[in-house]
Design a protein around this ligand. Structure first.
Ligand SMILES: [Zn+2]
Ligand SMILES: [Zn+2]
Length: 452
């Protein structure tokens, strides 16, 4: 121990948590760059949904990572070939370079399988649902992808890469992939030969038929060049999945593909197909069911994005509540990094997921999001009291949270009429702004929204 490589890879530092402020700094830089270039790189609802998926991934990860990491630790402790930790420093650097390539190769194959087979795709699809391409899309990650990906890294345990090294390098690999999610950077000359770049990864996120299932690279594009999945950026990419999600509900984003598979399994006439469907290549349809739609040509001019309108005051409401939820989520992550017992952080973690569900519903103006958000706001002061109870400041904190909750509830309920036209939420037929602004609302149709 004691060398720089040990410090970087062996210190159990969670680089992803540390990087959170830089994520937001760079998102701000890209947003301003878009304004300067007169390009609309961000949509508020889309980015809130991206970030919500990212938070859910991190929160769920707290509870899953021990389980998913157990196999790696077991193989390392019982069957490793090399003892890298007792190697001389120069060899450790060579090993670190090998690990960087090994993690990236594991990612390539996981990523490729995740695009080619139905069950892992049902998890990875989350990363591809956005119809935009910006740095918030980088943070849009599946909460359950780890249930499949862990297998692809087990050879690294057998070689003898220590678990802490593997975790650190996997985080570095993930962090590398952040900056490639941008339209603000063009092609980068000779770097395009070796590295995964914004241009290469734009192709990966595109739904144009010629771009489908290409450029699986994490850090190095060499794997795509070696294994025949490379495609340079030529025509303008159109982003998203071929069957758009059309929802801002981040939980549905994580489960919709599972629900579709389960529905097809239920409808399949033959019993063996009900089992087989989970293991088949993507696009396979059980005999007896209608074929799914095939990817067609798309251009930015013809594609219609999911974009339900919302009064400005409700967008601001979502922004305030989201900021609050993000702060709560970062608190949960910090507690987890400090090895707090899972039982003690389960409550705050559940509050985070509940809030993100509410905000997704509000962005779609779904009726159910009103009572659910009011209930969440009512629970918040109670939760604050339970969390801080032994401390003398508990009553002050609880009173402050109660004021926040009451203010928020009044703010939301003032705009309850915006929620009654849930059936108009088709992006193709946006309702009139005036119909959903409180001052101009002249209709008096009773709805469940207005009774809350
Ligand atoms: Zn992908
Ligand atoms: Zn990506």
């Amino acid at each position: 121990m004691g060398t720089l490589v040990d410090t970087i890879l062996g210190s159990n530092i969670n680089y992803v948590t540390l990087a959170v402020p830089f994520f937001f700094l760079l998102i701000g830089v890209e947003f301003v760059a878009g304004l300067v270039q007169h390009k609309r790189l961000y949509r508020f609802n889309d980015s809130i949904n991206d970030l919500s998926c990212g938070i859910i991934d991190q929160i769920v990860g707290i509870f899953l990572k021990g389980l998913l990491f157990a196999g790696y630790v077991y193989l390392f402790e019982n069957y490793r070939f090399f003892d890298i930790l007792s190697a001389p420093p120069a060899m450790k650097w060579v090993a670190a370079l090998g690990l960087m390539l090994g993690v990236d190769l594991g990612f390539y194959w996981f990523h490729r399988i995740a695009h080619e087979y139905a069950a892992p795709w049902a998890t990875h699809v989350v990363h591809h649902q956005s119809e935009e391409y910006n740095l918030t899309v980088a943070l849009r990650q599946s909460a359950f992808e780890g249930c499949f990906s862990w297998v692809f890294y087990l050879p690294l345990a057998l070689i003898g890469f220590p678990p802490a090294w593997y975790l650190a390098m996997a985080a570095i690999n993930l962090l590398y992939q952040f900056w490639v999610h941008t339209e603000a950077i063009g092609k980068l000359g000779p770097l395009e030969w070796i590295l995964n770049t914004p241009s290469h990864h734009r192709v990966h996120h595109a739904r144009n038929p010629k771009y489908l299932d290409k450029n699986y690279a994490g850090m190095f594009i060499i794997w795509d060049r070696m294994f025949g999945t490379f495609q340079p950026e030529e025509e303008q990419p159109v982003y998203g999945i071929t069957k758009p999600l059309h929802s801002w509900n981040p939980l549905w984003a994580n489960f919709h593909a599972w629900a579709e598979l389960a529905y097809d399994a239920y409808r399949a006439p033959r019993w063996r197909d009900k089992v087989k469907i989970w293991f088949m290549p993507l696009g396979w349809t059980p005999p007896g069911l209608p074929e799914g739609p095939r990817a067609g040509q798309v251009t930015r001019a013809t594609v219609k994005k999911f974009d339900p309108l919302l009064p400005l005051a409700l967008n601001l409401f979502v922004l305030v509540q989201f900021t609050m939820t993000l702060a709560l989520a970062v608190g949960v992550l910090v507690l987890s990094d400090q090895q707090a017992p899972l039982g003690s952080i389960a409550g705050p973690a559940a509050l985070v997921l509940w809030s993100l569900l509410n905000l997704g519903g509000i962005l779609e103006r779904k009726n159910w999001s009103l009572p659910l958000t009011v209930a969440w706001l009512a629970v918040l002061p109670l939760a604050a009291w339970l969390w801080f109870a032994p401390q003398p400041t508990a009553s002050v904190v609880t009173a402050g949270v109660a004021v926040y909750s009451i203010g928020s509830a009044v703010w939301l309920l003032l705009y309850r009429r915006a929620f009654r036209s849930a059936t108009d939420i088709d992006a193709g037929t946006p309702p009139s702004w005036h119909a959903i602004e409180p001052a101009a609302a002249s209709e008096r149709r009773p709805t469940s929204g207005s009774t809350v």
